[in-house]
Design a protein around this ligand. Structure first.
Ligand code: NAP
Length: 251
């Protein structure tokens, strides 16, 4: 029997990350669900993964903190075996507003999670996947945003800049790991119906306000983003590396 692929999703307890975890479990992956604080949400995702026949665990850890990142990777390997796939998804915006009015701490916190944390997660993922040469297939998917290309003026240009960094990380790491047979890509979602708008950016009505400006006239459901991530994780995308896959409804 071939070993099941083992996937870690950072920020896997809610929104896009949760949809990725559940879809991956349905498609044969064992799944580690990382979360920062909402244990109940993480346990719900774990239960859904188990109901789909996967092994699954929830692991608490702040993906902006070096020690937490190292520990989370070690706990995944101890519980599920060597990692073969990682989705670098944890991300925040901070309260929306013009850059001139933004609190420096809002910017620092966003960059800590979305850039420094994501690069450290990618580093740990590279180390874990390089050490797992026995895996049939290995891949990393970074979650970017269409914000990297449109800049998010009047909302959170620091967040858009953080996702620009994710795109550069993806291109460079893909070239670095290609000779080792590890594929690295990014998925750049457009506006997606999750809690991020109310809880991180502080505007519960953001989806309703922006949806009419999207060519498809609606936000994405998290599962529509997860489909693209599952493609980028799978061998169906065997010749795709360093790609930024836009899933933005035309935006
Ligand atoms: P969300 O609904 O707010 O969920 C965020 C998830 O990340 C939760 O599981 C949360 O855990 C976790 N998280 C937050 N900070 C963390 C940290 N420091 N360490 C570990 N986990 C952390 O967000 P989402 O909308 O699904 O967004 C997911 C990714 O997609 C982000 O990178 C975001 O930038 C990107 N994206 C989203 C949209 C959109 O419109 N929704 C569009 C483009 C790109 P807790 O529940 O424990 O807090």
């Amino acid at each position: 029997m071939t070993a099941r692929p083992v996937l870690l999703v950072t920020g896997g307890s809610r929104g896009i990350g949760a949809a990725i975890c559940i879809m991956a479990a349905q498609r044969g992956y064992d799944v580690a669900v990382n979360y920062q604080s909402n244990a109940e949400a993480a346990e719900k995702v774990v239960a859904a993964c188990k109901a789909a026949g996967a092994k699954a665990i929830a692991i608490k850890g702040d993906m902006a903190k070096d020690a937490d990142i190292t520990r989370v990777f070690a706990e995944v390997a101890a519980a599920l075996g060597p990692l073969s796939h990682v989705v670098n998804n944890a991300g925040i915006t901070g309260p929306a507003g013009r850059l001139a009015d933004a609190d420096p701490q809002t910017i620092r916190t966003c960059i800590d999670v979305n850039v420094t944390g994501a690069i450290l997660v990618a580093r740990e993922a590279a180390r874990a996947l390089l050490a797992n040469g026995a895996a049939k297939d290995r891949a990393i998917v970074n979650i970017s945003s269409i914000a990297a290309g449109i800049g998010s003026a009047d909302e959170f240009v620091w967040y858009a800049a953080s996702k620009g960094a994710i795109d550069s990380l993806t291109i460079g790491l893909a070239r670095e790991l290609a000779p080792s047979g590890i594929r690295v890509n990014a998925v750049a979602p457009g506006m997606t119906e999750t809690d991020i708008h109310a809880m991180s950016s502080g505007e519960p009505g953001r989806v309703a306000r922006i949806a009419p400006t999207i060519p498809l006239k609606r936000a994405a459901q998290p599962e529509e983003i997860a489909e693209a991530v599952l493609f980028a994780l799978s061998e169906a995308s065997s010749y795709m590396i360093g790609s930024i896959l836009r899933v933005g409804g035309g935006r």
